[in-house]
Design a protein around this ligand. Structure first.
Ligand SMILES: NC(=O)c1ccc[n+]([C@@H]2O[C@H](COP(=O)([O-])OP(=O)(O)OC[C@H]3O[C@@H](n4cnc5c(N)ncnc54)[C@H](OP(=O)(O)O)[C@@H]3O)[C@@H](O)[C@H]2O)c1
Ligand SMILES: [Zn+2]
Length: 341
């Protein structure tokens, strides 16, 4: 099959378009012909991983999001060959105490990290990870929502317990995760204040539902947030930027505020006056993808048209390096998708 892969970590130049063996579905797995694969920032981390800390298989095919057509099934279940499906990229271990209690898995694996991902004509995955694709959305849209909407839902609902009427601040609002978070927060009835790097982004961020925008490249974000909230601060901050924003994140929370973090795009290290956490009684939640039930909920709301995957641009599979370049350069708004014929 045709695939885009790399044999060692590095810059965009390590990405190769070529032939790799088509995977065979093992017992309990299905083979899907991929029609669209969504990009995530994770794909960049994997390719650039200089320490190879994640110990990924080489050659490696990236890609956690996929939509396509079932080609072959090796096992039982409701799937049928020829069916249009979308992949749930969060693969629970099924055996840890939390899995047994129907909670978010301690050891949840992201599709496309330890196994081969979706920048390819075919993928295999456990049968239970595939769900019927709604006819209301295209393959590209179906590959543009799973990882980010699932994570945003888990962050805001499963972890931060965002309530109707509360105010949430969203960093990284032009990205896949941030643009999903704005929609999830609005769906929940919260008020959204979002960060934008430019006037142009601000316009698009308003279009997807944000109530207030703060251009973070101009002026002091903490003061702007306080001005918008009668000096109080926000109830919840949605974090995925990390090092560059962490200080402001904690400063803009009101007493008893919560921050939920799922990424550190700008760097891993953040410093904090620890006394501030107990004096103002703040809570910090970490989040990683979500549960099967959360995926099913998100799928249902997307099918109903109440959460909309935002597609920035589509590329053909062979142009995956160009697609990643667009993400690295921060030119995208929403999701970049590879379309595979
Ligand atoms: N834990 C999980 O399960 C999980 C799941 C999905 C994603 N993530 C993590 O969440 C983060 C966002 O992922 P994504 O796929 O949404 O990425 P993305 O589409 O590239 O979005 C990242 C956004 O962060 C903002 N940003 C601020 N400072 C930045 C910097 N120094 N470098 C690059 N971007 C910067 C940019 O938005 P503005 O220009 O609007 O500020 C950018 O659009 C990543 O760190 C990813 O690994 C974690
Ligand atoms: Zn588990």
């Amino acid at each position: 099959m045709k695939a885009v892969f790399f044999e060692k970590p590095g810059g965009l130049e390590v990405l190769q378009y070529g032939e790799l063996p088509t995977p065979k579905p093992q017992k309990g797995e299905a083979l899907m012909r991929v029609r669209a694969a969504g990009l995530n920032r994770l794909d960049i981390w994997l390719r650039e991983d200089k320490e190879n800390a994640r110990n990924i298989p080489m050659p490696h095919i990236s890609g956690s999001d996929a939509a396509g057509i079932v080609e072959e099934i090796n096992g039982e279940g409701p799937l049928k060959a020829g069916q249009e499906v979308v992949l749930n990229p969060a693969i629970p271990c099924g055996t840890c105490p939390r899995c047994k209690n129907g909670k978010s898995c301690e050891l949840v694996k992201i599709f496309g990290v330890k196994n081969q991902g979706s920048y390819a004509e075919y993928i295999t995955a456990p049968i239970s990870q595939f769900y019927p694709k709604s006819q209301n959305i295209s393959f590209a849209e179906a590959a543009a929502f799973p990882l980010t909407f699932l994570t945003a839902w888990h962050m805001l609902v499963g972890r931060a317990n965002l309530q109707k009427g509360e105010t949430v601040f969203v960093w990284g609002a032009s990205g896949g995760l941030g643009s999903s978070a704005i929609q999830v927060a609005k769906y929940l009835g919260a008020k959204v204040v979002a960060a934008a790097k430019s006037e142009e982004d601000a316009k698009q961020i308003c279009e997807i539902g944000a109530d207030e925008i703060i251009i973070y490249t101009k002026g002091n974000v903490e003061n702007a947030v306080k001005n918008l909230t009668n000096g109080l601060g926000v109830d919840v901050v949605f974090e995925s930027v990390g090092e560059k924003t962490w200080g402001t994140t904690l400063a803009m929370l009101r007493p008893f505020g919560r921050v939920v973090i799922a990424g550190t795009t700008s760097g891993d290290m953040g410093t904090q006056d620890l006394s501030d956490i107990y004096v103002r009684q703040l809570s910090i939640f970490g989040a990683r993808m979500g549960t099967k039930e959360e995926f099913e909920k998100v799928l249902e709301i997307v099918a109903a048209g109440k959460l909309k995957p935002i597609i920035d641009k589509t590329f053909s599979l062979k142009d995956a390096a160009e697609a990643q370049k667009r993400m690295v350069e921060g030119k995208h708004f929403g999701k970049i998708v590879l379309e595979i014929q």
